[in-house]
Design a protein around this ligand. Structure first.
Ligand SMILES: Nc1ncnc2c1ncn2[C@@H]1O[C@H](COP(=O)(O)OP(=O)(O)OP(=O)(O)O)[C@@H](O)[C@H]1O
Ligand SMILES: [Mg+2]
Length: 254
């Protein structure tokens, strides 16, 4: 694939819930190797946009291109095999399972489907990936702990590891620092920077300092629509964005 082809391109994408147009003719591109942030007030349509891109929801109209290929209405499991992964705004772990099992389930996508018929001991690629992630995400001491017993910050860290386990080319992160302490937020920013070495990232985030520090490009959403798009400093200085977002933005919870 041509290196110039955006890793993700969204064209005129819309979806409505009854009378509410939650995503309204959204178009934007995310470049390969970049961190692209999507910001906007609560209810702007950011998570819904992720649901459309990741196949959890079907758009009413518009198209989604992943690495140049049309993936509109593709099933989520097929998208994962193609290399698109996501984390959720609400923690999405198997709380009853140990940390390593959460990672193993996610990393199994790396194996050929026929391996499912063999004992799990045959899945070397999966085991190696799990060990690598345990170390990288500093989960060694918690490896056999049930995910539900981890601290909030650890759970969110594990979630990023789970989303990364299958070696995606594109990773969608929905508010990975939500509810985190300042210290954990800084650590997570550093992790995201590292992860960006191996996957393109689209990040939904309310922490503006983090967005300004991490992003190559920022897309601003407001009432389902794109309000602005550009490099972080440019977007921050945009008077329309300031009026609609920075001026009134509250760090509200969901
Ligand atoms: N499944 C659904 N059914 C009906 N309405 C929905 C559904 N999902 C989202 N909405 C509505 O669509 C709008 C956009 O929601 P969305 O969750 O995408 O916002 P968001 O930008 O992610 O907000 P936040 O910053 O609070 O997470 C909201 O008004 C929300 O109530
Ligand atoms: Mg959301």
């Amino acid at each position: 694939m041509n290196q110039e082809t955006p890793i993700l391109e969204v064209r005129d994408l819309s979806v409505a819930f009854g009378p509410l147009v939650a995503v309204d003719r959204m178009s934007f591109s995310a470049q390969r190797g970049h961190i692209t942030s999507v910001i906007g007030p609560n209810g702007a349509g950011k998570s819904t946009l992720f649901n459309l891109v990741s196949g959890a929801l079907r758009p009413g109209s518009g198209a989604v291109l992943f690495d140049g290929a049309d993936i509109t209405r593709e099933r989520p499991d097929r998208l994962v095999r193609r290399g698109l992964s996501r984390s959720f705004q609400i923690t999405n772990l198997f709380a009853e399972l140990p940390v390593v099992e959460n990672l193993r389930l996610a990393a199994q996508v790396l194996e050929s489907p026929w391996k499912a018929l063999l004992p799990t001991s045959a899945s070397k690629r999966t085991r190696d990936r799990v060990e690598e992630l345990v170390e990288r995400f500093k989960l060694e001491e918690k490896r056999d702990e049930r995910a539900g017993f981890l601290s909030h910050g650890e759970q969110r860290r594990l979630e990023i590891a789970v989303a990364l386990a299958g070696r995606p080319r594109l990773l969608l992160l929905d508010e990975p620092t939500q509810g985190m302490s300042h210290g954990d937020t800084l650590d997570t920013a550093e992790l995201i920077r590292q992860v960006a070495q191996e996957a393109s990232i689209i990040l939904i985030e309310h922490d503006i300092d983090l967005v300004m520090n991490l992003s190559d490009n920022v897309v601003v959403m407001h009432q389902g629509r794109k309000l602005a798009e550009g490099p972080p400093q440019e977007v921050r200085g945009n008077p329309v964005v300031q009026a609609a977002y920075f001026g009134t933005q509250v760090h509200a919870e969901n």
